[in-house]
Design a protein around this ligand. Sequence first.
Ligand SMILES: O=C(O)[C@H](CS(=O)(=O)O)OP(=O)(O)O
Length: 231
Amino acid sequence: MNIQILHLLEGARAASGLTVIIDVFRAFSLECYLYALGAETIFPVDTLEKAYQYREKYPGSLLAGERKGKKCAGFDFGNSPSAIINFPIRGKKVIHTTSAGTQGIANAHGAEEIITGSLVNASAVAQYIRAKNPETVSLVCMGVGGRRRAKEDYLCAEYIKSLLKQQPFNISRGISNLRYDGGTHFFDPDRQDVFPKEDFHLCVKYDQFPFVIRIRKNDAGDTCTEKIDVL
Ligand SMILES: O=C(O)[C@H](CS(=O)(=O)O)OP(=O)(O)O
């Protein structure tokens, strides 16, 4: 198994084989929490226009996501896991657009298969890959806005790689360091309305979900996701 770690939007475009689009803060952590709360499916989209269009197309659906971290106009919620915990999600379709994570999915044209990656389901991702045993695995770290590298996504990629290679890895120490490099904005008192510290804690609870999120097309040909239990 050839494992490559790629970065940002250009990394998504270069990805091949079984591709894991990684976004720890916060897109794919949020999606795991949405599925854990019973979401029926999630539509990851790149543009706001498509998000609003899908809301019309799929009556009763919810809109989630951000631009510059902030909830978009007319959306039901932003990109914050802590904000959805008490929201009635069960059975809902959720349309999700973000600056980095969902852009990675939209740009991974060369991938054979796409799943999402985050610390909260990292072991499940590794288990899924091991079971499939593909020739090539691309771990794509989406970073900040898909344009600037971020420590948390690289940490997640290295962790998944270590699990695949069955090599020791100190994930707890890596997570402790994120508090000071990668996740500092969650501890800025002036930005708690957009990046609450609860989100940091929810996004770094590693290996809590025993499922992966796989990208597929629905009957209408729209890109959506499905939750696959693996552990
Ligand atoms: O909402 C987030 O945490 C980020 C904003 S940005 O990429 O740091 O500008 O979006 P995401 O797509 O989840 O990385």
